[in-house]
Design a protein. Sequence first.
Length: 178
Amino acid sequence: MFKEEREIWKDIEGYEGLYQVSDLDRVRSLDREDAQGRRIKGRVLVVSSNGKGYRQINLCQYGDVKHKFIHRLVAIAFLDNPNNLPEVNHKDENKANNVVSNLEWCSVIYNNMYGTRTKRSAKAKERPIYVVSGSGHHYFFDSTKKAVELLRLDGSNVSECLHDKRKHHHGFTFEWAV
């Protein structure tokens, strides 16, 4: 009646015998002994988000902690990459869905142009904003793009201001209008 799904586990490259990743997007530590010879039981590890939607995990070896993205661990372990492509694409555009069937190796250009990314990026630039001068005057613009063009500003700096990563640009501050 139901198809039985079996999770497949493989060693993580560079961490053989310490950690494994599964085709269903999980990471586990393996049973081992510590420096004093005490037995430590392996377990499935808790992953975190990097703040941009990607799931990550910290792996430790010889006291050295490395941050690893789950989608890359799954792709390296389960997907062939004969053309040595540099990036991993999420086919459904959900950065948290790291099951092997949702991933594919790709080029930077392919990854950047995939799916609705360009459309979503353009839509984000269409949101109305206020440009606030040093004297406190608020100027309304239909979009970030129009403000950038008319005031001859750098779009990435304006975006950083709108996302609280920067306080001002060319004497202006920026606020979302809605």
